[in-house]
Design a protein around this ligand. Structure first.
Ligand code: AMP
Ligand code: MG
Length: 403
């Protein structure tokens, strides 16, 4: 079978991603990481009143004709106080966040003034309008603040709070069922019998999926057995929107995932021209008339990490209802030389260095998970290409990215 170019595999995958449609109302305090399901417009003006950006004195600039002017202090305004009209020829003592009185157009910082009993002396001429945060300088009533499909970051929920909205409509959480095939797998914490290895993929997947804010249904380790795999698929499809598995995807006697998915739904197995991450299965599983999408990753932990980063995360973000599904790929200088000898594009683990270039992890073997720990992203180097130090290459930031 001919190898499928990575970009084709990715567009095939992304074009079949269906966004959840069901929504729910959540309190803003628990909305972090969710996906906004409606366009939001501001019901108010922010700031709602002009306020001082500094501690000092509010004046009308025309009252300060030259340095050394002495004005009476006619009111004192702390944050939360309500101001009254500033008497002409006077100053108001004012603190950060306090309402600027009508009749004042400038705040002079206290460092440029000398308090003198009931009076204040201005030693330096201000610039008219300085240190005032004008009413509406952030938002005005009716202005669009966030679009449906936005990621609710810390800043975004802060913005919603600033206009007094306490609840938001978000897409329901995506449910992702995971299991790990392999009769050699043992859960960390348990004794390791001869011939066995610990299940690292479980934790790689949990990390990615928790980072993406989805609900995880963890079915654990499934031994290399056709019926056990089919049973796990049915249980997964009954509950989840998407099933992601690791291992058992090759064509060996002990690889049962492909045949099991075929028996419970349908499957396409792609041989992607990428290293790591050559085999990738995409399909669906039916259970009680409910269909769940299926993605099967190979067993190697680095292949799982790289597949989650480059393919599953953007797919999943689209299913979550997000508009932005992946970070922009940057172009950075390679501070290393590397030749891709085979006929597959290589997803190499790299890290940005102090001088703005990229370093490469010395061991790019697909089984070395330390490379993914060290890296802060990957570069995709086309087959046959010899990257020389100083060349500009692509860089995809690692899994901590959020829209
Ligand atoms: P497979 O795709 O099932 O042939 O597995 C490929 C390689 O990855 C084998 O060496 C497996 O032992 C290893 N492997 C499979 N699943 C896991 C897992 N969950 N954690 C760590 N290594 C695994
Ligand atoms: Mg296996």
């Amino acid at each position: 079978m001919a190898l499928l170019p990575f970009n084709e595999a990715k567009s095939k995958l992304l074009s079949s991603a269906r966004s959840v449609t069901e929504t729910e109302i959540v309190n803003l305090a628990s909305a972090f990481g969710r996906v906004l399901a409606e366009d939001m417009i501001s019901p108010m003006t922010v700031p709602p009143f002009s306020n001082s950006a500094m501690d000092g004195y509010a004046v009308h600039s025309s009252d300060l004709s030259a340095p050394g002017v002495r004005l009476p202090v006619s009111q004192r305004l702390a944050a939360g106080d309500v101001s009254t009209q500033l008497a002409p020829g006077s100053a108001a003592r004012i603190f950060t966040g306090a309402q600027v009185p009508e009749g004042a157009d400038t705040v002079v910082i206290q460092e440029d003034c000398v308090a003198d009993g009931e009076f204040v002396i201005f030693n330096r001429m201000p610039i008219k309008g300085q240190h005032i945060r004008l009413k509406g300088s952030d938002l005005i009533t009716g202005k669009s603040i966030l679009a449906a499909g936005s990621y609710l970051s810390a800043a975004a929920i802060g913005l919603i709070a600033s206009v007094g909205i306490a609840e938001v409509k978000v897409f329901r959480r995506l449910k992702v069922a995971i299991f790990f095939t392999g009769s050699e797998l043992v859960t960390p914490g348990e004794l390791l019998p001869p011939g066995h290895i610990y299940n690292s993929n479980r934790y790689v997947m949990l990390g990615f999926f928790h980072g993406l804010g989805v609900e995880v249904i963890d079915l654990g380790i499934i031994r290399d057995d056709r019926l056990a795999t089919r049973d796990a698929l049915r249980r997964a499809a009954a509950e989840a929107d998407l099933i992601v598995t690791s291992g058992g995807m090759s064509e060996g006697d002990e690889d049962h995932v492909t045949a099991a998915v075929k028996a419970e739904g349908h499957i396409d197995v792609w041989k992607i021209a990428a290293k790591p991450g050559k085999p990738l299965a995409f399909g669906s599983v039916l259970s009680n008339k409910k269909e769940a999408a299926f993605i099967g990753l190979p067993g190697n932990p680095v292949a799982v990490w790289s597949g989650l980063l480059t393919l599953v995360s953007p797919f999943l973000r689209r299913c979550q209802g997000l508009t932005l599904i992946e970070p922009e790929t940057l172009t950075l200088r390679a501070d290393f030389s590397y030749t891709v000898k085979g006929n597959r594009m290589e997803v190499v683990r790299v890290r940005r260095n102090q001088s703005g270039g990229l370093d490469i992890y010395p061991n790019q073997d697909s089984a070395i998970i330390s490379s993914a720990v060290w890296a802060d992203g990957v570069s995709m180097i086309p087959a046959g290409l010899a990257v020389k130090s100083g060349d500009m290459i692509n860089f995809l930031p690692g899994p901590s990215w959020n829209p």
